[in-house]
Ligand binder design. Sequence first.
Ligand code: AMP
Length: 376
Amino acid sequence: MNNYIKPGSTIGIIGGGQLGKMLSQSAKRMGYRVGIFDPGQNCSASQVADFHCQAAFDDQKSLAEFAHQVDVLTFEFENISLESLNRIVEEGAYLPQGSSILRLTQDRLTEKEFLRTSGVPVADYYPVSSYEELKQGLEQLDYPAVLKTRRFGYDGKGQIMLKSEDDIEEAKQLIDSAPCILEAFVPFDMELSHMVVRNKQGQTRIFPLSENIHYNHILHQSIVPARVCEAVANQAFKLAKTIAHKLNLIGIICIEMFLADNKILVNELAPRPHNSGHYTIEACQYSQFDLHIRSICGMTLPQNKLLSPVVMTNILGQDQEMVIDQWPNHPDWHLHLYSKGEARQDRKMGHITQLAQNPESILKTLKKIDNWSYKS
Ligand code: AMP
């Protein structure tokens, strides 16, 4: 088999957060060695990996040394310096996913342009780097609109909602800080996502559609299967397939979507495992992490099935203690804690997965738990 990376070989993961940890756990189970590249001492992934190269992400020399110690490289976040990555690839590092997918997805503008030219519906948008462009953009799109920095945004950081002229001052500050993109506000009925994995041979596996509930821009819950009609599910599936094909995808991607008026608009792409795919660990035959590893290690991809309807609920810093106290009384909770240290406000510390024939009953029971911060 071409480029088959065998168990016993070493997978190098750039980034050592919870995604790196769960990737490592999956890889270790399959018999791989795992190295983590991350600046954080005792970062989540380093606790399960074979070795940890503790260095800044822009430390080119350390990254090159790390690349020498591994047989295949992957990443758990998308904001890696392309220059550094390209340099180590030129020096011989094996990065089956390639770096062009990062170039495309690191910038919301290039990502939107790619989607639009691929025939994928997106919200109307307008590039904005100056106050003049903001005014022009607002003339075209009108209020309400969402202003986002083109790069480095996550969990609602680097974005503001413009409801009226009163918000212009705040918008100016964001534009002064970085080039932005103005998006038409989508009055969505639901947020959805598909995890998709593809390999070199072009085999594509699309995980079941997830319905995602956010609070304060942070994912709170994923419900699978998403509570949508078949026609909507088919739309989402087709778009996911088109995107994977047009990208010539290797490895995994998360496709985040809005459902508005029975139409799907794609919001964002994340070329890595994703929070909305955590449910796959217990609820699917193969998890998002398993299939990503199979893809980058040059293996065929098995057909994959949802074993049970499922609800995944995130645990933020302010809720961790309460969840730990409650856990003994909830034998149906598959508890995942990322061992991140300080439980700061809004920091993703873990998640709970619950399998059930009737997800509605899970949602009701969770709502009854006192002190859960999402209710406040
Ligand atoms: P993003 O960083 O683009 O994933 O945005 C974070 C969250 O903000 C999304 O999950 C939505 O809840 C909300 N959001 C982002 N863009 C829009 C939009 N154009 N219209 C409505 N809500 C949005």
